[in-house]
Design a protein around this ligand. Sequence first.
Ligand code: PLP
Length: 399
Amino acid sequence: MVINEEMYALGSVRSAIRELFEYGKKRAEVVGKENVYDFSIGNPSIPAPQCVNDTIRELVTEYDSVMLHGYTSAQGDVETRKAIADYLNNTYDTSFDSDDFYITMGAAASLSLCFHALTSSKDDEFIAIAPYFPEYKVFVNSAGASLRVVKADTEHFQIDFEELESLIGEHTKGVIINSPNNPSGTVYSEETIKKLAKLLEDKEKEYGNPIFIICDEPYREIVYDGVQVPYVTRYYNNTLVCYSYSKSLSLPGERIGFVLVPKEAYESRKLYAAVAGAGRALGYVCAPSLFQKMIARCVGATGDIEAYRENRDILYKGLTDIGYHCFKPDGAFYMFVQALEEDADAFCERAKEQDVLVVSANGFGCPGWVRVSYCVDKDMIKRSMPAFRKIYESYKEDK
Ligand code: PLP
């Protein structure tokens, strides 16, 4: 075999979300952009905060160009890491320092580094909680481990602890949590985090191995109505945080984020070195220098989260008034809606007939539900309501 079949398989099929997004663009050429209601993709719809572009302009003027665009150290500029540590310490009353951070090209890279750094045997397992970001399986498998999935709690979208406990065993390396969550928009409560910490501490004792929580946090700041997102390192020592500025600063194409390895974690400095080693093995070299330097000055800034809240409220009210059963999200920019038939794929196909593009949650491990991304133009949400109504009524006619 000349070509790696697994890589070929990954590279030759587009994700269902990308497929739908491309379909939307083609369909817009036929029926007009304003008549396609594309809720498929999670691309932030609000501009980056003013600080981002202002700082980039300042940096380009202030810095010597060779310095500005040169390689940085693999773990990232110390000024950037220090600014992040200071910001988190002030915000969450933690005590990190710059050496705890490894700057990456976004959450996808951060997750890959963590899975590579932790996987030491082909028997190793990571556990995800449905509904979950489908790329976890790709990243975990490429590190040589396997992914197991806890079925969704479709009432509150917290964690089904009974099921989680039944999946933890001697091979469990870590549990991946993503709060605020893509695709459900749920935020794990402090009670959930405490319960998770207690369960994992008990299981660590039972099996005599550390079990890590891997926090995937690209949506941390995107929350509504004052909801708090507990900072997990405060509840559990063996926590790794995978953060990204893709969503909070509306910069998904620029690729910047970090891995946080707190000093309290098991063999913390060895683990940090393994994260760096994974970066080296994967050829990541360093995160983009210009954006590292921008983060050092803009850490803590966000786009206009209120705009997403407004979109959430318009969408939630519109869909529930029609009769859809929706989970009201506390964070991120996705609404989880129950499909009107058991087969969510078939529901999405029927929605497509009305030019409504929503994503089946089969791929997120939560059959029977669909994801509606509301990081879109507010007017499109309003314009789409008659189409959502037509879909709803077509199911009533079936009965
Ligand atoms: N994790 C989740 C839950 C996401 O939704 C995304 C992107 O949509 C990522 C990770 C990857 O984010 P990044 O752009 O930072 O790689």
